[in-house]
Structures are given as C-alpha cells and as structure tokens.
Design a protein around this ligand. Structure first.
Ligand SMILES: C[S@@+](CC[C@H](N)C(=O)[O-])C[C@H]1O[C@@H](n2cnc3c(N)ncnc32)[C@H](O)[C@@H]1O
Length: 269
C-alpha cells in the first residue's frame, strides 16, 4: 500500500494545500485520499487522482475562490423587505455555481412545474444544495415553510446560513458528506438535483441508499441533459435508464419534466 510512504495526515494536508480542497469537509477529503492511497502505486500519483476525483465531485461547479464576505456585504446593502433587490442579488449570486447558473433561464418555471401536483410545500431538504437555496423565491412554498440544506463546501454553507438569517428566512444549512451520513429529518420534499451521477462515480450504491433512507414524502431528482461543456451525448437516455434502475421495485409514482438542459423526476410515495 502506497500509504506506507507518507503519513496519512501529511498526505491529507498536501491535498488541502490547494484552497479548492481546503474548503471541503475533512471527512470527504480523507475518504477519497484513503481510497486513492490504496489504489495508486505511490503517493505522488495518489495526490493527483485524489484531487481529480474531488474536483469532479465539487470543484468543477464552483470557481476556486468565491469572496463570500463580499457577497454578505452586498446582501447587507439590500433595502429591507425589497424583494426585487433580493431577487436580483440571488440571481447574480446563483451564477457563481454552474448548476444554478444553468437553471437560471428557466428558474421561474422549474420548481412551480415540478412541484405543481403537491401544491404549497411545507418543508424541503435540499441535499448537496450548491447555491440552490437562493432560489427559494421561485419555489411554491407554504407561508411557514422550513428549509434544510447541506453540502460539503464549508464556506458556502456558512454563507447560506448568513443568507437565511439576514433575509429572515426559516432555513438552516449544514455541512454533510452524504457518503457517510444521510440526513433523515422528516420533510415533505427532498431535492436531489443534478447529483446522483456525480455521487455514483464514487459509490454506485449511494442513489438507492438515499431513496431508501430519506424520510421524505416526495423526492425531486434531476439530471443534466447537457454536459458542462454543452454536449448532450445521449445523456437523456443514460439517465432515464439510471432512474429506472434505482426506482425499480420501490413503488414510487413518478412524473417526468423536461427543461432545456435538465430533466427532472418527481417521485412520490
Ligand atoms: C452538480 S452540483 C448540484 C448542486 C445543486 N444540487 C443544484 O442542482 O443546483 C453537485 C453538488 O454536490 C456537492 N457534493 C459533492 N459531493 C458531496 C457529498 N459527498 N456530500 C454532499 N454534497 C456533495 C457539491 O459540492 C456540489 O455543490
């Protein structure tokens, strides 16, 4: 095992010398580091492959340095109760994460169409949320809704908590590595947006574990129908087969919704 050539803590420290990986929750970095030290012939190769895999999981979607303090300052400049200013801020900030940026052209309809059959939603659990909680104004929520959101990017989670408190929204964000812990809070809708193909690369059992362990009446799953580079390469068919495979024998009522670069499925128990 390559691990014998370098202390594990030192190796993890080297991975985290790059700011992109320093901001990820330690448990995820350690998990991938351990696997790569076992898989690669030496720790130099393991360093490269650990960073590549972490990049595919998280870094590919976010610029390496986001000035969250600046975003919070801008949030503080918004006139109290001015929803137009708040929405303009949110749209601008959502451009920073590739997944929300791609959803912006049809954001006004996305959640209303996908969740129409439920009516007003009382509680949401947004898993691997990215900056999607900023899209709350475009979701059909009940007046006293609650919103839980998690991701592995530490400063982004802190930013989301500041966003919730500064805008007086009933939301909480927390750091969570879904490979190691699946949140089980009871909610009406859990979001798994553009997530499963990424997690599947690391753990092919994660999608079905999520479906079995989440405590949600409905699960909104989505897949990209174009890659980050803009190509579609039969993705739609691949992901519709993925959805079929993970829901097989699980007795969900399934609705499908197609958007320009995203395909969504509402699974209801
Ligand atoms: C493709 S983005 C989707 C973001 C958001 N769901 C959306 O559609 O706007 C994938 C997200 O998963 C997060 N992520 C990656 N690995 C994770 C893990 N093990 N646990 C929790 N979140 C993870 C990344 O940080 C990233 O924000």
């Amino acid at each position: 095992m390559a691990e014998k050539n370098i202390a594990f803590e030192e190796f993890v420290g080297r991975v985290r010398q790059n700011q992109k990986y320093a901001q990820l929750t330690l448990s995820l970095v350690e998990q991938i580091a351990r696997e790569e030290l076992n898989n690669q012939k030496d720790w130099h190769s393991a360093l490269k492959t650990t960073r590549t895999r972490l990049h595919r999981l998280t870094g590919a979607f976010l610029p390496p340095k986001i000035n969250y303090a600046h975003l919070i300052d801008n949030l503080g400049l918004i006139t109290k109760n001015n929803s137009d200013e708040l929405q303009a801020f949110s749209k601008q900030a959502m451009r920073l994460h590739a997944s929300t940026n791609e959803r912006l052209p049809f954001l006004e309809h996305f959640f209303y169409i996908c969740l129409e059959s439920i009516g007003g939603v009382g509680s949401i659990l947004d898993l691997a949320c990215g900056l999607n909680p900023l899209a709350i104004p475009w979701m059909p929520l009940k007046e006293n809704y609650s919103y839980l959101a998690c991701d592995v990017v530490d400063p982004m989670v802190s930013f989301l908590n500041s966003f919730f408190s500064q805008t007086n929204q009933v939301g909480t964000a927390f750091v969570c590595n879904l490979f190691q812990e699946i949140p089980t809070q009871q909610v009406e809708v859990a979001y798994l947006l553009k997530l499963l193909p990424i997690l599947d690369q690391i753990d092919p059992s994660i999608s079905t574990r999520l479906l079995d362990e989440l405590n949600a009446d409905h699960v909104l799953i989505s897949y990209p129908s174009k890659s980050l580079g803009g190509r579609s390469k039969g993705m739609k068919q691949t992901y519709s087969q993925h959805l079929q495979r993970i829901t097989e024998g699980r007795n969900f009522h399934i609705q499908e919704f197609t958007f320009p670069n995203e395909i969504a499925y509402l699974l209801s128990r």
